[in-house]
Each structure stands twice: as structure tokens, then as C-alpha cells.
Design a protein around this ligand. Structure first.
Ligand code: CA
Length: 229
């Protein structure tokens, strides 16, 4: 049985999520502030974290940043407010794997959680494909999940590693957004190809010298993206 940790200070939402996930066969533990949430991540080692952003104690962005800086690769789905576009971007930048926007449908969140668990499980023991790549001043290790830029550690989520690994395995080929959603996210029903674009934007800010003039993650207009190095 998979254990989910839900960190959310609004009681009705927290209880609602707990009930919904228990009904889906998950074990659920909860916290109502960020500090308790962080302690539970370490103490209980849950399989996935559903993390609200606006929290007392330590907010969701700080919590995510902290666990990623400690090389903790727990899959993270963030709950973001509808108006706060920057929260999504910042969340992904700090290493969240996915997000849903409040008010969200519980059904959608459940399917995102299942898809994220499926794809991170597959990432775990994957032996095939490139083990590492070095280009410019970037070093990406797909086995130990470490990335350095000019000797400095860069925080990335497993989803980002999976995207990069797919790019590196298909170097120079044009890859459509739908292919990414299928191969990386494993969605049977595609939410929106914008998800892919958001991840590419964040990856560029992490690995490109100038994210406005990308040299490695290239947009092929009307088709998708390709990786050049
Ligand atoms: Ca909140």
C-alpha cells in the first residue's frame, strides 16, 4: 500500500483529500503546517507528497526546496492558488513534479497522483539509456540524480530528469509535446500540452546560458522540441 503525505492547513480540503485517497486504497498521513510536514517526510518516508503552497510554519515552496537540497527525491505535487501563476513556475523550479490549481477536482488530483507514482516508480531502477552527459559547464548524472552547473548543484525533480533523459536518448530528433506527455508523464488522457512547455521553460532557466536564446533545448515551431549538445 502506498503512503501519501498531505500537507494542507485548510481543514476541509485536508479532510476531503484524506477521505478521497483512503477510498482509492492509499494510506494517508497529514500535516497542517510546513514544519510538521517536513518532519513527517523524514520520519515516515511517504511515497508521495501533496503539498499546499500557502502554509504556516514553513511554506510549501520552502519545504520543497529544503527536501530537494537534501537530495530527497520524493515525488511532489503542489496545490497552487488560481491567481498565483508565479507559484507554479517557482514550484517547478524548486523541484516539484507536478501541480494542480485550486479550486481543483479531487478526481483530477487522484489521477495525477497515480500517474506520478507510475512514472517515478519506472524511473527508479531504470538501467537503460544514458547514465550521464556533460556539455558546456553542465554535468547531469541520471543514476545519482545530480546536476551541476559550473560546479554548483542544481535542484531538479525526477520528472525533469526523465525529460532530460528522453532528450539525451533522442539527441537531435524532434520530439512532440504529445510524445513527452506519453513517455514522461504516462497520461492516458492528456491534460494540456502546456504542461510540457512549462517544464521546458524551467529546464532552460536551469541549463541554458541564456534562457531567451536556448542553444540546447530548441523549439521546433509547430512540432515540438529537440535537444542539441
Ligand atoms: Ca493554505
Amino acid at each position: 500500500m502506498k503512503t501519501l503525505l498531505v500537507v494542507e492547513d485548510e481543514e476541509p480540503i485536508r479532510k476531503g483529500l484524506e477521505d478521497a485517497f483512503v477510498e482509492e486504497g492509499f494510506k494517508v498521513i497529514t500535516a497542517d503546517d510546513g514544519v510538521k510536514g517536513y518532519e513527517l517526510v523524514l520520519a515516515k518516508k511517504p511515497d508521495l507528497l501533496v503539498l499546499d503552497i500557502r502554509l504556516p510554519g514553513m511554506n510549501g515552496l520552502e519545504l520543497c526546496k529544503k527536501i530537494r537540497s537534501e537530495s530527497n527525491q520524493i515525488p511532489v505535487i503542489m496545490l497552487t492558488a488560481k491567481s498565483a501563476e508565479t507559484d507554479k513556475v517557482t514550484g517547478l523550479e524548486l523541484g516539484a513534479d507536478d501541480y494542480v490549481t485550486k479550486p481543483f477536482s479531487v478526481r483530477e488530483l487522484v489521477s495525477r497522483v497515480k500517474a506520478l507514482l507510475r512514472r517515478t516508480e519506472k524511473t527508479g531502477g531504470e538501467k537503460e539509456g544514458p547514465k550521464s552527459i556533460v556539455f558546456d559547464n553542465i554535468k547531469i548524472d541520471f543514476i545519482s540524480f545530480r546536476t551541476e552547473k559550473g560546479g554548483k548543484n542544481i535542484n531538479m525533480s525526477k520528472t525533469e530528469y526523465k525529460i532530460l533523459k528522453y532528450f539525451v536518448s533522442h539527441r537531435g530528433e524532434v520530439i512532440s509535446r504529445e510524445t513527452f506527455l506519453d513517455k514522461v508523464w504516462g497520461y492516458e488522457k492528456y491534460p494540456t500540452t502546456r504542461t510540457v512547455d512549462n517544464f521546458i521553460v524551467k529546464l532552460r532557466s536551469k541549463i541554458e546560458k541564456d534562457k531567451s536564446f536556448p542553444k540546447h533545448l530548441i523549439t521546433v515551431y509547430g512540432v515540438g522540441y529537440k535537444f542539441v549538445a
